[in-house]
Design a protein around this ligand. Structure first.
Ligand code: NAD
Ligand code: MG
Length: 363
């Protein structure tokens, strides 16, 4: 398979102007990423939506093949796509991530939880499959593009800081789901929006960067950058640091991942330059960030346990069964109780996920 991704379909756009069409399978089509992806695909004549899936909302007619619920790999087997855009939320995205990596089908990955949880298993599957893995997460898309210019020695992930940036622990004790869902710069699904308020999202992204770029954790830095204009910065051995800037708009990394290694036009306003601010994150208040580093450095299935416990705790917070500060406390407790032994196969990984979930006393 060519490194540029497989392109099976051809559409005649007139003599001598044959355009290659990439066939896309979109998983999580009704979500925040999914809906923006549909917009990107419809506007680009070189992209064709051949299959779409969602969890509960019927999506008949959206694509030639659609599926609501069920085993997502069955849909992928039938669709034979050139690119899988995995925009499912949570550990439920594991099977399609592994399917694309094993089959050498290009994977446009929004579902960071699957890479965080599967880690080495995912990297080994990618080696066997030999396909592209292009991140959709804006920071990682930025770093992926910087990394095409050389091998980074270290990287910086930016974080907006979420709606509670600058608050003390005391001020966080009574915050409500509604307050946590009001994100200052990005409009996203509920789970990742809560993750942004706790900084668990940045924690997951540190682990995601470790697996994507093969960097030790002490070479992955996080800075708070409230306006989300700089998405990522890579440092190189000659002292150069290359940053990727843009307005916060997920259509940009979605389009990049779908059209890689090309770039398609998008109706995004040009970036206007202003003052750029950067601060240290408050790791004492936002414990999910240092806990992710701890899980990442321990390795094995600790990242899987971090993710699993977080998913359960986020759901409990959204349903008002726990307070905001209980979230990191529950995850820390689970990390102290699992053995973190590496998973030798997917069955062991699924078991590690199940076990971590069962240890959160709110289910
Ligand atoms: P969302 O909640 O808006 O949408 C999730 C989608 O996944 C929905 O279509 C839902 O039906 C589908 N889904 C969930 N479980 C499923 C299952 N078992 N089978 C089939 N479909 C299932 O979430 P989102 O904000 O679009 O985020 C999706 C993923 O992208 C997450 O992993 C998130 O971390 C990542 N991401 C999102 C953004 C963003 O701007 N929203 C940015 C970066 C990364
Ligand atoms: Mg991100």
């Amino acid at each position: 398979m060519p490194a540029t991704g497989i392109r099976r379909g051809w559409t005649g756009a007139g003599p001598g102007t044959l355009a290659r069409v990439k066939r896309i399978a979109l998983l999580g089509a009704t979500g925040s990423i999914g809906r923006q992806a549909i917009e990107v695909i419809r506007a680009d004549p070189e992209l064709e939506l051949v299959a779409a899936a969602s969890r509960s909302t019927a999506i008949d007619g959206l694509a030639p093949l659609t599926q609501t619920g069920g085993d997502l790999t069955e849909l992928l087997d039938r669709a034979e796509p050139d690119v899988v855009l995995n925009a499912v939320v949570g550990f439920a995205g594991l099977a399609p991530t592994m399917w694309a990596l094993e089959h050498g089908v290009s994977l446009a990955l929004a579902n960071k939880e699957s890479l965080v949880a599967a880690g080495e298993l995912a990297l080994r599957a990618r080696e066997r499959g030999g396909g592209d893995l292009v991140p959709v997460d804006s920071e990682h898309s930025a770093l992926f593009q910087c990394a095409r210019l050389g091998e980074p020695e270290s990287v910086v992930l930016t974080a907006s800081g979420g709606p509670f940036r600058g608050r003390t622990r005391d001020e966080l004790a009574d915050v409500t789901p509604e307050e946590a869902l009001a994100h200052p710069t990005w409009s996203m699904g509920p789970k990742i929006t809560i993750d942004s308020a706790t900084l668990a999202n940045k924690g997951l992204e540190v682990i995601e960067a470790h697996f994507l770029f093969g960097l030790d954790y002490d070479r992955i830095e996080v800075v708070i950058h409230p306006t989300s204009i700089v998405h990522g910065l890579a440092r190189f051995r000659d002292g150069a640091a290359i940053a990727h800037l843009g307005n916060p708009d997920m259509r940009v990394p979605i389009s990049y991942a779908l059209t890689y290694p090309d770039r398609a036009p998008l109706p995004v306003p040009p970036l206007e330059l202003g003052t750029l601010e950067f601060h240290e994150p408050d790791a004492d208040t936002f414990r999910m960030l240092p806990l992710a580093r701890l899980a990442g450095e321990r390795g094995g299935t600790y990242p899987c346990a971090y993710n699993a416990a977080n998913e359960v705790a986020v759901q409990a917070f959204l349903e008002r069964r726990i307070g905001f500060l209980e979230l990191p406390a529950l995850v820390e407790d689970v990390l102290g109780r699992v053995d973190g032994a590496p998973a030798r196969d997917l069955a062991e990984l699924v078991e590690a996920d199940r076990r971590a979930r069962s240890l959160v006393p709110v289910a």
